[in-house]
Design a protein around this ligand. Structure first.
Ligand code: SAM
Length: 224
């Protein structure tokens, strides 16, 4: 039986990689990477020379047979995405499920994950945390997700894009009201890291006047 390691990589700061991740990447027979050019830079930084094969959202199903053959041969594979934890709003889940169903060992090498980093430092309640990931494309469906999750209590974590973030805040306000607390967590672990905490109304007013940039997680706190 083979082994598939699911390896978290940094979400910005290159120091955010574990000692175990570096060893696993170095010792693996092959690294399955979302973008080999992107991961190539990280590997160069870590002085890891393990061969890479691309495995992204568009070829994940097509590559499955080959990946299972490698595992059947007893190979050790390391799965990485461009940033953070693979299979969390990133490619990987198809391979992970298939490897597990085929009886191979699938083992996580935990590390950076944007919504966990955001929730850990924002100061909103974390006893119940709903991870929504990316919202669906159509505004009606985006609203429906908020309608399902926001009344449930706990803090909700959403991966938002800079050009839709203000609109998403607007939809959240329609569902949860202006007084609900939230936090816009931007560029985590990078030079311009920012946690903007306030009511959804205040966040909406502030960010409507700016041009939002960078990677961001929107946290919406529970109703009081
Ligand atoms: N697998 C990743 C993880 O473990 O968090 C998520 C990958 S997903 C394709 C990328 C999204 O994660 C971004 O659009 C943003 O919402 C969030 N994200 C990633 N890095 C971030 C960072 N440094 N600061 C804030 N949000 C980040």
């Amino acid at each position: 039986m083979g082994t598939l390691h699911v390896v978290a990589t940094p979400i910005g700061n290159l120091e955010d990689i574990t000692l175990r991740a570096v060893r696993v990447l170095r010792e693996a027979d092959r690294i399955l990477a979302e973008d080999t050019r992107h991961t190539g830079k990280l590997l160069k930084h870590l002085q890891v020379t393990t061969p890479m094969t691309s495995l992204h959202g568009h070829n994940e199903k097509g590559r499955l047979d080959r990946v299972l053959e490698w595992l059947d041969e007893g190979q050790t594979l390391a799965l990485v995405s461009d940033a953070g934890t693979p299979a969390i709003s990133d490619p990987g889940q198809v391979v992970v499920t298939a490897a597990r169903e085929a009886g191979h060992r699938v083992s996580p090498v935990p590390g950076a994950c944007a919504f966990v980093a955001a929730a850990s430092a924002a100061g909103l309640p974390t006893d119940r945390l709903h991870f929504v990931g990316f919202l669906p494309g159509r505004p009606g469906r985006r609203r429906k997700v908020f309608e399902q999750v926001l009344p449930a209590g706990g803090t909700t974590a959403v991966y938002v894009s800079p050009h839709r973030m203000v609109k998403d805040l607007g939809i959240a306000i329609e569902v949860a009201g202006t007084d609900r607390r939230g936090c816009l967590c931007r560029e985590l672990t990078k030079v311009y890291e920012e946690f903007d905490v306030g009511t959804l109304g205040a966040l909406h007013a502030r960010w409507s006047k700016k041009t939002p940039k960078g990677e961001m997680v929107l946290l919406i706190g529970p109703a009081d």
